[in-house]
Write a protein that binds this ligand. Sequence first.
Ligand code: SAM
Length: 221
Amino acid sequence: MRTKYKPKAVEYLNTHFDNQFKIDDETSKVALKEFVLNKKTYLEIGPGKGQFILNMAQKFPQFNFLVCELNPTICGIALKKIDESKLTNIKLIYGDFYKLRDILSEDIFSGLFLNFSDPWPKRRHEKRRLTSDLFLVEYAKVLKNNALVYFKTDNDGLYEYSLEKFKEYNWEIVLNSLDYNVLDEFDAPTEFETRYKNQGIKIKRLILRKTCNTIKKVIEE
Ligand SMILES: C[S@@+](CC[C@H](N)C(=O)[O-])C[C@H]1O[C@@H](n2cnc3c(N)ncnc32)[C@H](O)[C@@H]1O
C-alpha cells in the first residue's frame, strides 16, 4: 500500500504511548507480556488504518487484540483512532512483524488475522509476502495449538501461493472460499475489503488451523 508520508501522523506515533508497545523498550516488553496473558489475544499483521481491528475489539471485549504495522504514517493514523476509541483491548506495535519474533514467547496467540496483505507479485520479493516460508514458521511458533489463521485477499496470485504454502507447512484447511461474500460472526470488513467489494472483485478467504503436524514440520525445518 503506497501511503504519502504524513509528518503529523508520525509525530503522533512518536508522542503517544497509552496504547502502543515499543519493541526496544524493556518496560514495554513486560507490559506486552501482561496484555497477552491477561485475556485470549488475537494478532493482526498489517492492519492498515485499523478499521477491522477497531470493529473486532468493540464486538469482542472478552478478547485482546494486538496489531503490528510497519508503515509509520499508517501506524500513527491507526494509533490515533485506537486512542480516540477509548477501547482498552487493542494495542499497537510499530515495526515489521518479523523483527518481533525475538520478543514474543511461543504459544501465546489464540489467532492471527492477515487481511489483504501486500501481494508482492515479483519473485524477487517473495520473502516479503506474509505467507512466505519464514513467516509461516514464525506463526506456528507464536500461535497456540489449534489456533486459527484467518486470511482474506482480493488477489488470485497471493491466494494460490498462500494456499500452497499453508499446505506445504501442514496447516489444516478449515475453510477455503473463492467467493467470501457474507461476513462470518467472528469477522469485520477492512478498508481494502470494502473498496474491492464495491468494485465487484471476489474476496478469497482461507482459515487454517495449527496442528501437531504443523509443529512437526517446523521442527524439521
Ligand atoms: C494492503 S495493506 C492492507 C491493510 C488492511 N489490512 C486492509 O485490509 O485494509 C497491507 C498492510 O500491511 C503492512 N505490512 C506489510 N508487511 C508487514 C510486516 N512484515 N509487518 C507489519 N506490517 C506489514 C503494510 O504496511 C500495509 O499497511
